[in-house]
Design a protein around this ligand. Structure first.
Ligand code: NDP
Ligand code: 2IT
Length: 448
């Protein structure tokens, strides 16, 4: 399918001209605009009021120098970013990514996706994203702390509990959030919920750590159930072995599936008996090690160099939970050939457009990231609510709210696809449902 609407094509052209050299951002925008063709045809007011022209332009881009001193006393300089993309329905909300591949285009694509994802949660949160090209791998805790303090010294000027509330993403977990929070508190002399994903002793929410992975499985389960199926007895492959992957594995297993493979950026492990998740947690969460260490005490398991090989492992359900564009057309074709029934995205934009087309053409149930991985940010919004109330809810309370939110997102995305003549297409449904709420809020606010 390719886009035909002249207005949307002209918006796309301008996005490419204004944001040269940012292919991930172009990819994310194109997918949304393509889904909106029937919406703009039905609602000329969005074009007339320039809503989509505004939507593709971030409200604010903050880009800054992050100098810090390494353990050898040498000065290092990284780049920091925060893109405050859209605040029509709430304060900017979205994670921080620390990874050497980070540049403005990555943060822009993630910030753009976040607008629609956050809208889908049904909670009052706008879209934002930030990060740095800092690589936490191989750095000491003290180096990570000094980097985080320097990063927050600048970022603190632009964020706040009612303005912009960052959280984690790749390379930013509990340790980093702790250092960032400590520095914000020191600079501002205030204790507020300015970050989410905080430690439990200082305002974090129970179940936030598990939320993205659990939410992904709740969404996939709702999708499977709608088609008379479930996780029970299924063979599952989960890429990545970070925060999202670990808790996706845990929930899929609880729901009766067997997860046989996981990966990191170097390679993947295959264990025919089912991955021993406690071992993965020990390697990744405690030791910050590499996934190949798994085979040392799991004699039946195999390690293979190269992360994309994981998609050659035969499975019923694939849960990509590592990074963008990790499933290309070739990998998608192999998954289809091996009989995959469902693909649910835990990472942001892990499937290329060609891979998505391959799945949809083959009739594979496909859950797009901005719907299926929204459980993390939804629970972040629940953390914000608890912080505002100065209360903390039980694990069960948060988890059951998360479950309800994911089922609703599935229902709303499926319904929006149906309403606009694309039944079963959750990519279009999620884009449309996410868009409508934000666009109507923007219309109500006037040209601002
Ligand atoms: P983590 O840093 O905890 O884990 C990332 C995992 O992905 C690691 O196993 C990492 O391997 C692997 N990975 C990262 N970059 C690459 C790469 N370029 N190629 C291959 N593998 C890679 O991050 P999260 O689990 O938090 O995030 C994973 C994905 O989920 C991202 O796309 C993120 O945007 C998305 N997401 C995260 C949410 C959250 O709440 N944390 C919420 C919604 C989406 P290695 O250790 O070798 O780098
Ligand atoms: O991509 C995402 O939704 C996240 N990294 C989580 C953002 C958040 O604010 O919890």
């Amino acid at each position: 399918m390719s886009m035909k609407n002249e207005y949307l094509l002209s918006v796309m052209e301008k996005v490419k001209q204004r944001n040269p050299g940012e292919p991930e951002f172009h990819q994310a925008v194109y997918e949304v605009l393509e889904s909106l063709e029937p919406v703009v045809a039905k609602h000329p007011e969005y074009e007339k009021m320039g809503v989509i022209d505004e939507l593709v332009e971030p409200e604010r881009i903050i880009k800054f120098r992050v100098p810090w001193v390494d353990d050898n006393g040498k000065v290092q300089v990284n780049r920091g970013f925060r893109i405050q993309f859209n605040s029509a329905i709430g304060p900017y909300k979205g994670g921080l990514r620390f990874h050497p591949s980070v540049y403005e285009g990555i943060i822009k694509f993630l910030g753009f996706e976040q607008i629609f994802k956050n809208s889908l949660t049904g909670l009052p949160i706008g879209g934002g994203k930030g990060g740095s090209d800092f690589d936490p791998k191989g750095k000491s805790d003290m180096e990570v702390m000094r980097f985080c303090q320097s990063f927050m010294t600048e970022l603190s000027k632009y964020i706040g509990a009612d303005t912009d509330v960052p959280a984690g993403d790749i390379g930013v977990g509990a340790r980093e959030i702790g250092y960032l929070f400590g520095q914000y508190k020191r600079l501002r002399n205030e204790f507020t919920g300015v970050l989410t994903g905080k430690g439990i002793p200082y305002g974090g929410s129970l179940a936030r750590k598990e939320a993205t992975g659990f939410g992904l499985c709740y969404f996939a389960d709702a999708m499977l159930k709608d088609h008379g199926d479930s996780f029970k007895g299924k063979t599952v492959v989960v890429s990545g072995s970070g925060n999202v992957a670990i808790y996706a594995n845990q929930k899929a297993t609880t729901l009766g599936a067997k997860v046989v493979a996981m990966s990191d950026s170097n390679g993947y492990v295959y264990d025919p008996d089912g991955i021993d998740l406690d071992a993965i947690k020990l390697i990744k969460e405690v030791r910050r090690g590499r996934i190949k260490e798994y085979v040392a005490d799991h004699p039946k398991a195999e390690y293979h160099e190269g992360c994309s090989g994981i998609w050659t492992v035969k499975c019923d359900i694939a849960l990509p939970c590592a990074t963008q564009n990790e499933i290309n057309e070739e990998s998608a074709k192999i998954l289809v050939k091996n009989g995959v029934k469902a693909v649910a995205e835990g990472a942001n934009m892990p499937s290329t457009p060609e891979a998505i087309a391959t799945f949809q053409k083959a009739g594979v149930l496909f859950a797009p990231a901005k719907a299926s991985n929204a459980g993390g940010v939804a629970t972040s919004a629940l953390e914000m609510s608890q912080n505002s109330q100065r209360l903390s809810w039980t694990f069960e309370e948060v988890d059951s709210k998360l479950h309800g939110i994911m089922e609703n997102i599935y229902k709303n995305a499926a319904q929006a696809a149906k309403d606009y003549g694309m039944e079963g297409n959750l990519v279009a449904g999620a884009n449309i449902a996410g868009f409508l709420k934000v666009a109507n809020a923007m219309l109500a606010h006037g040209v601002v």
